[in-house]
Design a protein around this ligand. Structure first.
Ligand SMILES: C[S@@+](CC[C@H](N)C(=O)[O-])C[C@H]1O[C@@H](n2cnc3c(N)ncnc32)[C@H](O)[C@@H]1O
Length: 363
């Protein structure tokens, strides 16, 4: 009784559900509406798998994926665990669908609480054959859950890590939750290494951008003892960390050099600024001296012009006086005629000189 309308909407037993992508705090499954946190593409891929019989989902949220999976796999039983508080509406819906003995949800359970998780498995589902970890998606908690639950997984069972690639997706609604966290992909790389070192336990690892599937080998034992992930793989050659440490040291050395260069550049540019300021002061002083010199030249020229003007007026009066004396002598009746004629001639030439100078002086 599962119907999809599109990638994000559908109905389970006549109750509509929708895939929610924001405002998670307000999203609630009610008797009339189911909230799910993954799109159809996940379920399409899960539908191609061999139907499991005992499914453990860590990270239930509002129960949407449990209800859809329960419809897809009608013969399977489900155990869900979540840190959240109980949603009574969801439990009523499960009752209404007649699934109370198929779906068990344990609230207030932290995926890192090994004792509690093992106790719940002991009581309710000792050997799941499918585990879906859709809880924190953080490296340490997810690893702890794997180390606790993977030994309990039935031989040949599947362990799914959803949203393992959050650190690598191009677009991602920037959840503060993931900031500064170790990418979950580190755990996937470790599991791939396990498949090389311990193929009799981790048969293979399959991944796409939505989830990774870790197949437990058919020969692997089923145990209550937690396993340490790092005990399942060895690593020869230079450790990736060492490469990274080397690269980081090189980067630090380069950045130290860059800092020194930028410090030297700062000092040089301060010196240049001081030099420029000194040059500007010297230029201003030179301009002031030139202005003073120009003013002195101007004063001198003005004085010179005054002096020349005074001298030219004096010369005029001397010439004029000389002309009048010659004129007077040229008309003196007591003097002989030749004397008067010589002075008249001289008076004429002085008169010309006198008026010429006057014209020249006035021009
Ligand atoms: C992505 S949602 C699960 C969505 C759900 N599987 C679905 O598809 O509809 C993640 C859930 O994990 C729970 N969670 C987060 N950290 C957890 C932890 N440390 N232990 C248990 N549950 C945790 C959150 O409370 C939240 O309900």
């Amino acid at each position: 009784m599962l119907k999809w309308y599109d990638e994000h909407h559908g109905k389970v037993h006549g109750v509509p559900f929708s895939f929610v992508q924001d405002n998670f705090d307000q999203a609630k499954t009610t008797q009339d509406h189911i909230v799910v946190l993954k799109p159809k593409s996940f379920f399409d891929k899960y539908a191609r798998m061999e139907p499991p019989s005992c499914v453990l989902e860590v990270g239930v949220f509002e129960g949407g994926s449990l209800l859809i999976l329960a419809t897809m796999w009608p013969d399977a039983r489900f155990l869900g665990m979540d840190l959240r508080n109980q949603n009574d509406d969801l439990l009523s819906l499960i009752d209404r669908f007649g699934w109370a003995d198929r779906i068990d949800i344990e609230y207030g359970v932290d995926q890192t609480d090994r004792e509690k998780v093992l106790q719940l498995l002991d009581e309710k589902m000792p050997t799941p054959d499918l585990v879906i970890d859709d809880a924190s998606h953080l490296y340490q908690p997810s690893r702890k859950t794997f180390e606790t639950v993977f030994p309990r997984l039935a031989a040949g069972g599947k362990y799914i890590l959803e949203d393992w690639g959050w650190a690598h997706w191009r677009s991602w609604p920037s959840f503060a939750h993931y900031e500064g966290q170790t990418p979950l992909s580190n755990m996937v790389w470790e599991l791939v290494m396990c498949s090389a070192t311990s193929p009799s336990i981790v048969e293979d690892v399959w991944a796409n951008s939505e989830f990774a599937i870790i197949h437990k080998a058919l020969t692997a034992p089923c145990s209550s003892e937690p396993v340490s992930l790092s005990s399942l793989y060895t690593c020869r050659g230079v450790d990736l960390d060492e490469h990274l440490i080397g690269a980081l040291a090189e980067r630090d050395a380069v950045s130290t050099k860059l800092e020194a260069v930028s410090l030297a550049l700062g000092v040089a540019s301060a010196e240049r600024d001081t030099g420029l300021a000194e040059r500007d002061t010297a230029l201003a002083e030179r301009d002031a001296a030139l202005a003073e010199r120009d003013a002195a030249i101007e004063n001198f020229n003005r004085a010179d012009r005054d002096r020349r003007a005074r001298r030219s007026r004096l010369a005029y009066w001397i010439d004029y006086l000389d002309f009048r004396i010659h004129l007077f002598l040229s008309r003196a009746s007591f003097a002989p005629k030749s004397f008067r004629e010589r002075f008249a001639k001289a008076a004429q030439s002085r008169k010309r000189a006198c008026y010429k100078d006057t014209n020249a002086g006035s021009s």
